[in-house]
Design a protein around this ligand. Structure first.
Ligand code: ZN
Length: 289
């Protein structure tokens, strides 16, 4: 069950190397153009992936605009303080239950999208992102990977002013400005990875490495997060989960993102996001911190 699924200019496509193959075309209409719909038939996706060499590529990835692998999930969850070194740098106790908030799905954008900043306190958070395949409720930890369609790279961009301006703090809006959820470049099925629970993760601002860790340092691993969430909410096909960021975020040293910065976020086996940062205006709370 191995595949790489991309969203090329709004159309589902399978990826092989630098080539992409329009899913509706190569499946003779068995699949439509929607990536979330494609995740309801993972076996079919894998079979088509095995036979890609028999089809003519639709085009080259570097010639097209790649959108977020899932453009309109029902829900997008995120886990805070999920790496020990990040909880420590934030001066917080190691959590005993996952600290979950949501990113509004309208913030999700493609792997090379411009991040539009409205204050001088916008920060990066490199994260492994999980996308749900088979829906589920009350999912047991040892069955959780059966519900994962794929993994990709994500950035949980955060306006720290808005994130912490209300008392008590409420994370959703500060992390949900339009463009604050770059993800991609495509969805990789877990079995494409040699060790899906141990992946190097790195974030660079321009040429400077700011975050470097391994996803085996997650406090709550993917099965734990899925099991915990699904006791509360039904997880649906296409739902997105940002799993938390390692230490090294900008706020700790006052190294926020600036106009013109280039943010590169990579995870072993999943690819790289490259996002230009643009300071477009001030939001109303910008002078309050
Ligand atoms: Zn985060």
């Amino acid at each position: 069950m191995s595949f790489k699924l991309a969203n090329i200019e709004g159309r589902a496509a399978l990826v092989d190397g630098e080539n992409y193959y329009d899913l509706e075309t190569i499946s003779n209409g068995k699949f439509d153009n929607d990536t979330s719909n494609a995740l309801t038939n993972l076996v079919g996706l894998s079979e088509l992936s095995e036979d890609l060499s028999k089809s003519e590529p639709t085009g080259l990835l570097h010639d097209v605009k790649i959108d977020a692998p899932i453009s309109a999930p029902k829900n997008c969850y995120a886990v805070g303080l999920n790496y020990r070194n990040h909880a420590e740098e934030a001066g917080m106790d190691i959590p005993s239950v996952p600290m979950v908030f949501t990113k509004h799905t309208t913030c999700l954008v493609g792997p090379n999208s411009t991040i539009e900043m409205r204050s001088d306190h916008v920060d990066y958070e490199a994260e492994l992102v999980v996308v749900i395949g088979q829906p589920g409720k009350d999912i047991l930890k040892d069955k959780a990977w059966n519900h994962v369609a794929g993994l990709c790279v994500g950035q949980d961009i955060s306006d720290r002013t808005v994130q912490f301006s209300s008392k008590p703090p409420q994370f959703n809006l500060g992390k949900s400005f339009d463009t604050f959820g770059p993800m991609g470049p495509y969805l990789v099925s877990p079995d494409s990875l040699q060790n899906k629970e141990s992946l190097q993760i790195e974030c660079k601002v321009n040429q400077e490495v700011r975050q470097k860790d391994n996803t085996n340092d997650l406090i709550f691993d993917i099965p734990s997060i899925i099991s915990y969430l699904s006791e509360i909410v039904t997880l649906n096909t296409g739902d997105v989960i940002f799993t938390g960021t390692p230490g090294g975020v900008g706020v700790m040293e006052g190294k926020f993102l600036k106009d013109g910065d280039v943010l590169r976020t990579s995870i072993e086996g999943l690819g790289t996001l490259k996002n230009d940062c643009k300071r477009i205006s001030d939001h109303s709370g910008v002078n309050k911190s």
